[in-house]
Ligand binder design. Structure first.
Ligand code: BMA
Length: 824
């Protein structure tokens, strides 16, 4: 018999600061007086309980995260009781905690039964000898890890000034919760996962791991279903694995031996339907059912899989270095998307609904790829399930970032080993997951950020030995690289011409994003520009009296890169550099418009540059997609409240399946046509226009856009532009199919503050499901909305002189209202 007793629900909790208050041992007593204990939800998180109790306020608002800081310094004693009957002869029992944040000591009936200090894998404790017949008292003391790691050395590992008290490298929890440039410090505390008592006799099933393979001819697939079983006595079992959609079943008998057993069934699948990333094909998924029977017991589980062949093509590039191309089913895929960080600073609040909206927004903005950054989370299965269903490719990092870690410490090493095995097995079946990567920026830091001072490469063994060997044993189907960025053959980790890159020479001190136009990165994996969240979100950060840029609340919710600058925060300098405007004279709304305008243009420069170079460059992945709390300024296109930030729309346009990019390459203006779909022919109109009206150069042609390629579709001598003047004239390109505009691009050479802007003369008409915007002069960055709640057809767009911009305008949308224009 195998049985699970659910121990979730309302527990009692006591706080304790080690100086005053009740000693937790009193909670061991069956008749403990619990009058002063509070209710706590399990699974749950202490900040959440305290908010419910009115003891702290929602920490994402205003200055409240500072008032909640005490929570991470306390001990939290949880207690509940449960009924159990005594164990039968040969029966065993375990207490299982699927998630503990972070350092926990577990007591059953007054005796310590175990300790655990890793948020990333479950705690399983053998309580066979501690369970009693009748009422059992379970007490769990939890703290954020600060006490647990207090004696650990950080000297030589960390370089931040507060390294010694914070102990980040020793604490296996989301690394950004110790504070990051886009996140405040807030350590989660509590019993985060399900709790249950498991009882069984002959054997225990640890987990089902399912791996789908497909040969490079795309004809022969196979499914490996591997059951990890802990045996206690020799037991005959029958494993049945089936793929109902293909009507395939396999039944195998095994004898489970004492110890760990791997029971494996492999099913061949001829000509499975292929799984594709979005924009390149469908996402067919197959069910794999597994059943284990023994001695009249039956256990079942299932997974959803997809068949795709993945190759990371790193063949030599004819000019320099190596390619880095993701090939799915033999087809090169240009990867478009952002970096994904924990979707809430309190991880327990990240639910399926939140993931659904985040992934919907990724699809809406034409992304096909998300990189799960190494300072965040191994996301829950729901996230990867949604990526499987929608066709989003996932690059997953192990959770290590921007630091050195104590890989030389035996306990730490073994803990990481268990954590890695847990997630490699858990995520094995997801077709969306195509790459495992060791960490964020540690190879780069280790070689180029002065990390040779202190302990040299203390974690080499983790990323170059342990993790790749575990992946080989437990998976064997996925590409792994030790770090991001990383270059093969000992080249500098962030070298442009091989591996993946983090092109951060733009985005901090230097925000002249025109320099993106020259970058040749093979696989840019993070790079970005700071800008505002949606207007309402920015306002949520600012309590009354602090609703101005630069207030204390503004700074608390600002990106800490803003503190790195000289006299002014870098993003404030960006406003002056590009626009000649000072944030000192701006309202919040002014900043959301102007800061958003620059961020949107900057990010689209990043995307357009790399897309036009496809497949010399084969990605344009920006930093970062989403936020962990509401900010005044961040890197994102979707904010904490899941609103589209002003940069969302320009990024969406730059990622469109068909796009056009105007470039100036010395004496020529060249127009690139990008097409991810099948070959298509379109009408191109391109040339030069005067901002105040008129088209001195107006070229039209019918162009052919080959499949999945970027092609030069027109070029003209730039001399005419130079003589007309680049502050009054811009180069442009429009792609049309019949009456429908498919793509456009405009190239500005000077800084925006140097342009001779005319007054825009915008008029709007609405006819039969369309909104038509017209102006005799150029209208720059027409803004219809700063709130980001509505899926508008477009926003922050330009209107060319005399050429109407027509948007589909469904009846359910309110009448379009222009809030701002850059030149009005
Ligand atoms: C890179 C990232 C993050 C960071 C970002 C912006 O280093 O990997 O660590 O948030 O830069 O500062």
């Amino acid at each position: 018999m195998s049985e699970r007793i659910d121990l979730n629900g309302t527990w009692k909790v006591r706080w304790y600061d080690n100086q005053r208050g009740d000693r937790h041992t009193r909670l061991f007593e069956p008749d403990a007086v619990l009058d002063r204990a509070w209710d706590a939800q399990v699974p749950g998180e202490i900040h959440e309980d305290l908010i419910r109790l009115g003891l702290i306020k929602e920490p994402t608002l205003g200055l409240e995260c500072l008032s909640a800081r005490w929570v991470e310094e306390m001990f939290w004693h949880y207690r509940r009781s449960f009924q159990s009957s005594s164990l039968l002869v040969g029966e065993r029992a375990w207490l299982v905690f699927e998630g503990l944040a972070l350092a926990a000591v577990i007591y059953l009936n007054g005796k310590e039964v175990g300790r655990h200090a890793n948020y990333f894998y479950p705690c399983r404790l053998d309580v066979t000898d501690h369970l009693i017949d009748g009422e059992n008292i379970l007490v769990v003391t939890v703290e954020s890890g600060l006490v647990h790691a207090a004696d650990k050395q950080t000297k030589g590992l960390e370089h931040v000034p507060d390294a010694a008290p914070q102990k980040r490298p020793w604490l296996r929890i989301v690394q950004s919760s110790h504070g990051w440039d886009w996140s405040p410090r807030l350590l989660n505390v509590g019993i985060h996962g399900n709790v249950y008592l498991e009882r069984t006799s002959a054997l225990r099933i640890e987990t089902l791991v399912v791996l789908a393979k497909l040969d490079s001819q795309l004809e022969r697939g196979s499914v490996t279903a591997r059951l990890i079983v802990e045996g206690f006595i020799e037991t005959k079992v029958t494993l049945t694995v089936s793929l109902p959609e293909k009507d395939l079943t396999q039944t195998i008998e095994f004898v489970v031996k004492p110890g760990t057993n791997r029971l494996e069934a492999v099913i061949d699948v001829e000509r499975p339907e292929l799984w594709w990333p979005i924009g390149h094909g469908a996402q067919p998924l197959y069910t794999v059912n597994a059943k284990l029977s023994w001695d009249g017991n039956e256990w079942v589980d299932s997974r959803r899989i997809g068949f795709r062949h993945v190759r990371i093509n790193q063949e030599p590039h004819p000019e320099q270095g190596h390619y880095f191309i993701v090939e799915i089913n033999g087809k090169p895929i240009f990867c478009k998307g952002g970096n994904f960080v924990p979707a809430d600073i309190i991880f327990n609040r990240i639910n399926r609904e939140r993931y659904v909206t985040l992934i919907d927004r990724a699809v809406e903005s034409n992304c096909n790829f998300l990189r799960i950054w190494g300072g965040g989370l191994y996301e829950s299965d729901e996230f990867y399930d949604l990526c499987n269903e929608r066709g989003i490719l996932v690059w997953q990092e192990f959770i290590f970032a921007c630091n050195r870690y104590p890989g030389y410490d035996e306990a730490f090493y073994n803990d990481v080993r268990k954590e890695a095995i847990h997630h490699i097995r858990r995520l094995a079946h997801h077709p969306s997951l195509i790459i495992w990567c060791g960490n964020n920026e540690m190879e780069w830091g280790g070689l180029e950020w002065g990390w040779e001072k202190g302990i040299v490469a203390p974690d080499y063994v983790l990323f170059h030995r342990l993790l790749p060997s575990l992946l080989r044993e437990e998976d064997g189907t996925r590409y792994y690289q030790p770090s991001s960025p990383f270059s093969p053959d000992g080249a500098p980790p962030n070298a442009d011409e091989s591996g993946d890159q983090h092109p951060w020479n733009i985005g901090f001190a230097d925000n002249d994003f025109r320099k993106y136009r020259e970058m040749i990165c093979r696989f840019p994996n993070e790079g970005g520009i700071l800008g505002p969240n949606a207007l309402q979100t920015v306002m949520a950060c600012l309590p009354p009296g602090m609703d101005q840029p630069g207030s204390f609340a503004w700074e608390l919710h600002d990106n800490s890169v803003s503190f790195w600058g000289g006299s002014k925060p870098y993003p404030d300098e960006m406003l002056e550099f590009w626009l000649g405007k000072s944030i000192d004279t701006m309202s919040v709304e002014d900043y959301v418009y102007w800061g958003g305008l620059l961020q949107g243009i900057g990010l689209s420069e990043y995307v357009k540059n790399f897309r036009r170079r496809m497949f010399d460059s084969s990605a344009a992945i920006f930093w970062m997609y989403n936020d962990t709390w509401p900010t005044t300024r961040s890197w994102t296109i979707v904010d904490y409240y899941l609103r589209r930030t002003p940069a969302f729309w320009p990024v969406k346009r730059a990622y469109a399946p068909v796009a056009v990019v105007v470039t100036r390459e010395s004496d020529f203006v060249r127009i690139y046509g990008i097409n991810e779909g099948p070959e298509i022919s379109m009408e191109l109109r391109c040339g030069l226009f005067a901002l105040d009206g008129g088209y001195p150069l107006n070229l039209t042609s019918v162009v052919n856009l080959p499949e999945n390629a970027s092609t030069i579709i027109a070029e003209f001598d730039a001399a005419q532009w130079d003589s007309l003047g680049t502050t009054t004239h811009v180069a442009y390109a429009l792609l049309k199919q019949g009456d429908i505009e498919v793509a456009r691009d405009t190239l500005f050479l000077p800084l925006f503050k140097e342009m001779k802007w005319p007054e825009s003369q915008l008029r709007i008409r609405q006819i039969e499901g369309k909104a038509i915007f017209e102006s005799d002069t150029f209208a720059w960055r027409v803004c219809l909305d700063l709130e980001g709640d509505t899926a508008l057809p477009d926003n922050f767009f330009d209107v060319y002189p005399g050429i109407p911009t027509t948007l589909d305008w469904p009846a359910n949308l309110a009448t379009p209202k222009v809030i701002r224009i850059g030149n009005s």
